[in-house]
Design a protein around this ligand. Structure first.
Ligand code: HXC
Length: 275
């Protein structure tokens, strides 16, 4: 870990709101912001998870606000943003991290399954941007979307997530175009496989994960904080002229395409190694 290299005051007094910040990559992002002086608000669906995440983020030096809100619920998000404004101040950086996913072949996926993932990942991201817009405008703030390799490379069993994340990246570019004149920057990060996350449990369990790891040029999975450091960079003055861009943080995993991962999934779902 490179925590001792981080400038502890890089984002001092800044307010960062992370949707889905109670676990996984999003919690790693929240902790990384705390380590560079920011105060952090997180929202999610599970109160217990938010409370335990709060303690972890506070240990890294931040004041923390939690709010129970599903990103599909615009009114609940609006309440969360207002609570954040009252307790920490206007939001400088919004991280749209809340996501849902599972593996399913398109031919077995129900319309509601497809819709649920698009609603969480894409509609939820728009809800967060729209709901925090006035605060972001006041602060000339910035938005970081959490995208995925599925946005630009199709993966077996990921029609729903790929469509949602491609939409997220296009929304990112639209907001960069429309909100740039307010000084609002808009970028996305596409994480690769990140160790210990719910996403890895769902998408690459056991042998699939081991096969996937063997294809990563850097030879390992990433850590949640490594996505956090990319987010800190994009939110900081170091990235003041960067907007409308997707930053891929995946150890080079996507350079090999999705064929090996897809074959591993097919093998594991057929219970055979012959494909
Ligand atoms: C097929 C499934 C399914 C599965 C749910 N569904 N799980 N279909 N295979 N494994 C279907 C249900 O049958 C239902 O359709 C519809 O999806 C909604 O399911 P609910 O459970 O009622 O919805 P909800 O409670 O809102 O749950 C949303 C969810 C769930 C996305 C389906 O998995 C979830 O809450 N996930 C949150 C945590 C998570 O996924 N974390 C991993 C993120 S990884 P029917 O037709 O039966 O009504 C990640 C990394 C990004 O995002 C990587 C790539 C983009």
């Amino acid at each position: 870990m490179i925590t001792n290299w981080l400038p502890p005051d890089l984002l001092a007094e800044k307010v960062v709101f992370v949707t889905g910040g109670g676990s996984g990559i999003n919690l790693g992002i929240a902790k990384s912001f705390a380590r560079v002086g920011a105060n952090v608000a997180i929202c999610g669906r599970t109160p217990e998870r938010l409370e335990s995440a709060k303690l972890e983020i506070e240990e890294n030096g931040a004041q923390v606000v939690t709010a129970v809100a599903d990103v599909r619920d615009f009114d609940a998000l609006s309440v969360a943003f207002e609570k954040t404004r009252k307790e920490l101040g206007d939001i400088d950086c919004l991280v749209c991290g809340a996501a849902g996913n599972f593996l399913s072949p398109a031919e077995a996926l129900s319309p509601n399954g497809f819709k649920s993932v698009v609603d969480i990942d894409l509609v939820g991201s728009f809800n967060a941007c729209r709901g925090s817009f006035e605060q972001l405008k006041k602060q000339a703030g910035n938005i970081i979307f959490i995208s995925a390799g599925q946005s630009f490379t199709p993966y077996i069993g990921q029609a729903h997530a790929g469509a949602a994340k491609a939409g997220v990246d296009n929304l990112m570019k639209n907001l960069a175009l429309e909100w740039g004149h307010y000084g609002i920057r808009s970028n996305s990060i596409a994480p690769g496989p990140i160790e210990g996350t719910e996403g890895m449990k769902r998408l690459a369990p056991g042998a699939v994960g081991e096969r996937l790891k063997a294809t990563i040029p850097l030879g390992r999975f990433g850590q949640p904080e490594e996505i956090g450091y990319a987010a800190v960079f994009l939110a900081s003055p170091l990235a003041a002229y960067i907007t409308g861009t997707r930053l891929v943080v995946d150890g080079g995993q996507n350079l090999g395409g999705s064929a090996i991962f897809s074959q591993a999934i097919l093998r594991s779902s057929s219970g055979s190694d012959s494909r």
